[in-house]
Design a protein around this ligand. Structure first.
Ligand SMILES: Cc1cc2nc3c(=O)[nH]c(=O)nc-3n(C[C@H](O)[C@H](O)[C@H](O)COP(=O)(O)OP(=O)(O)OC[C@H]3O[C@@H](n4cnc5c(N)ncnc54)[C@H](O)[C@@H]3O)c2cc1C
Length: 465
C-alpha cells in the first residue's frame, strides 16, 4: 500500500463472498488495515457455504468481470487455470437461444468455466495474500455502531459464533455491506431513523436444479452447452459446463414454477424436453456424482440506494446486497467487481470519505441498470412475469429478438451481443447503425446451419419422453 493513499486506519467489510473480497481488494489500497467479517466458517479449500446457497449451481464468470479481476490481481488467469478452471473464447460455448444456435467460431470474448466455489477461492487466495487484509470467519455483524447523533458509522457490533455468542464492538472508518441478498441494511437503516431504499422486483418464479457428473479427462478446451428457453411458450432451459476435477456441472432451470424434479428419472425426462437435446445427450450416459440440488429464485430484487436523500456517512453497500439479478446471463460477480472498481476510481479521485455514499450509489446504479435491463427484457417476454415494465418494452424486445436471431448467422452481430452480455460494452453499441443494419436486414426466422449437429426439432429422446 502506498502511504500517500491512506484514507484511514481501518475499513470493515461485511461478508466474505465475491463482492466482499473485491471490496476488500480495493480498500487495501486506501486503508492501513481491512477486515472482512464472514458469518460462516471459511475453509482453506473451495467450499459452498451455508450463507451462499446459490454457489452450488451453474455459474460463469463473464469477460467483464474477468477484466476487473485481472486488473486488480495481475496474472489472475494463471491463478484460475492453475486451480483447474478453463478460460476459453466464447466459441467453446454452444449456445441455443431464440430458436437457434449462435454462430460457431472465435468470438474474442472469453469466459471462465469453473465451479463458483473455485472462482471465489482463487479471489480469496489473492486477497488474503495482501499484507493488510484479514478475514475473520464465524463472525456475524449484528448492528452498526454510530456517533451519538446517528449521522456517521463508527464501526460494527459483532457476534462471535465460536465463542458462545460473545459480542463485541469493532471500530472502523468505513463499513461496506457485502452481505448478499439477505442484507439487514434496510432494517438497520429504519431502526436508525433513516428511510429504507425503495425496491424493484421482477417475479419470474425461476427454479434451478443442479447435479454434478463425471467427465472424461482430456486435453484441450471442452465445449459447454447453454440453452435459454423459447419464451413465451417455452419455460425450460439449462446449462452444462465443464468444471475442475473432470466434472460437468449441469443445471436445469425453469420459469414460472415449471421446475425440474429431483429424482433420477424426472431430472432426465425434464432434460429431454429442452429445446435441444445437447444436455439430455450428455447426462443420459454420464455418471452422476451428486444428488440433484435445488435453488428457488422467485424474484430479482433491486434496492435503489441511489435515490435516498439521507444516508449515514462512512457506509456503503454493494454486490447482491444492492441488486440480485435473474441469473440467466450470469452477471452477479461481474457487477459486484465493477462496483468495487467504481469505488476505487471514486476514492482515488476524491481522496475523502465524506459524502462518498452519494457518488458511489450513483455510479453503482449505472452499472446495475445495464445488467438489470438486460435480464428484465428476458423476464418480461413472459406475460405472467410480474414487475414494472419499462415504457417501449414491446418495441425494444422486438428489436432485441431480431438481434438474437441474427446471432445465429452473423458473427459481427454475435460478437457485438457477446460484448454487451459480458458487460464489456454498453447496450447502445447494439443500436449502432452498422449493427442495426445487419440486424434489420436479417431474415425473420433462422435456420441453425452453423453446426452440423444442430437441431431445433424435438429430439428422438424428447419425442419418446
Ligand atoms: C442460482 C444462481 C445462479 C447464479 N449464477 C451466476 C453466474 O453464472 N455468474 C455470476 O456472476 N453470478 C451468478 N449469480 C449471482 C452470484 O452468485 C452473486 O452475484 C455472487 O455470489 C456475489 O454475491 P455477493 O458476494 O454479493 O453475496 P453472496 O455470494 O450471497 O455472499 C454474501 C456473504 O455474506 C455473508 N454474510 C451475510 N450476512 C452476514 C453478516 N451479518 N455478517 C457477516 N457475514 C454475513 C454470507 O455468509 C455470505 O458469505 C447467480 C445467482 C444465483 C441465485
Amino acid at each position: 500500500m502506498n502511504p500517500q493513499l491512506t484514507l484511514g486506519n481501518h475499513a470493515v467489510v461485511i461478508g466474505g463472498s465475491i463482492a466482499g473480497l473485491m471490496a476488500a481488494r480495493i480498500l487495501s489500497d486506501h486503508f492501513a488495515q481491512v477486515t472482512i467479517l464472514e458469518r460462516d466458517p471459511v475453509d482453506a479449500t473451495p467450499q459452498a457455504r451455508k450463507g451462499q446457497p446459490q454457489v452450488r449451481h451453474l455459474h460463469a464468470l463473464l469477460a467483464g468481470g474477468l477484466d476487473v479481476m485481472k486488473a486488480y490481481f495481475p496474472g489472475f488467469e494463471q491463478t484460475l487455470e492453475a486451480a483447474g478452471a478453463q478460460i476459453g473464447d466464447g466459441e467453446y460455448l454452444r449456445w441455443y437461444g431464440y430458436g437457434g444456435y449462435r454462430m460457431a467460431g472465435a468470438t474474442g470474448v472469453p469466459g471462465v468455466f469453473a465451479s463458483r466455489p473455485l472462482i471465489e477461492w482463487c479471489v480469496r487466495q489473492r486477497v488474503l495474500a495482501l499484507p493488510n487484509v484479514t478475514l475473520r470467519d464465524e463472525i456475524g455483524v449484528e448492528a452498526l455502531q454510530m456517533t451519538a447523533d446517528n449521522r456517521r458509522v463508527t464501526g460494527v457490533q459483532i457476534v462471535h459464533r465460536r465463542e458462545e455468542k460473545r459480542r463485541e464492538a469493532l471500530s472502523a472508518e468505513l463499513v461496506v455491506d457485502a452481505s448478499g441478498r439477505g442484507s439487514s441494511m434496510p432494517k438497520w437503516l429504519t431502526e436508525l431513523g433513516y428511510a429504507a431504499p425503495e425496491e424493484s422486483t421482477i417475479k419470474a418464479g425461476i427454479g434451478y436444479a443442479t447435479r454434478l457428473y463425471a467427465r472424461q479427462p482430456g486435453n484441450g478446451p471442452v465445449t459447454g452447452y447453454y440453452i435459454t428457453p423459447d419464451a413465451p411458450d417455452g419455460l425450460r432451459g439449462g446449462g452444462a459446463f465443464p468444471i475442475e476435477g473432470d466434472r460437468w456441472i449441469v443445471t436445469l432451470a425453469g420459469y414460472l414454477g415449471d421446475h425440474a424434479p429431483t429424482d433420477d428419472a424426472g431430472f432426465l425426462a425434464y432434460a429431454a424436453t429442452l429445446p435441444t437435446s445437447d444436455i439430455y445427450d450428455l447426462i443420459r450416459t454420464a455418471e452422476p456424482l451428486t444428488e440433484v440440488m435445488v435453488h428457488k429464485y422467485p424474484s430479482s430484487l433491486r434496492r435503489h440506494y441511489e435515490t435516498l436523500k439521507r444516508f449515514p456517512e462512512r457506509l456503503l453497500v454493494l454486490g447482491d446486497a444492492m441488486c440480485s439479478f435473474n441469473p440467466i446471463f450470469g452477471q452477479g460477480m461481474t457487477v459486484a467487481s465493477k462496483e468495487a472498481a467504481a469505488l476505487d476510481a471514486l476514492l482515488r479521485e476524491r481522496r475523502s470519505l465524506d459524502g462518498l455514499w452519494k457518488p458511489f450509489f450513483k455510479a453503482a446504479a449505472t452499472i446495475v441498470a445495464v445488467a438489470w435491463e438486460l435480464t428484465a427484457g428476458e423476464d418480461f417476454r413472459y406475460p405472467a412475469a410480474e414487475g414494472k415494465r419499462p415504457a417501449g418494452l414491446a418495441l425494444l424486445n422486438a428489436y432485441v429478438g431480431k438481434m438474437h436471431r441474427a446471432t445465429h448467422h452473423d458473427m459481427e452481430v454475435y460478437r457485438a451481443f457477446l460484448r454487451v452480455a459480458h458487460l464489456q460494452a454498453p447496450p447502445t453499441t447494439l443500436m449502432h447503425p452498422k449493427i442495426m443494419w445487419r440486424v434489420l436486414r436479417a431474415p425473420g426466422r433462422s435456420t441453425p446451419t452453423n453446426l452440423a449437429t444442430a437441431s431445433n426439432k424435438p429430439s428422438a429422446a424428447r419425442e419418446a419422453a
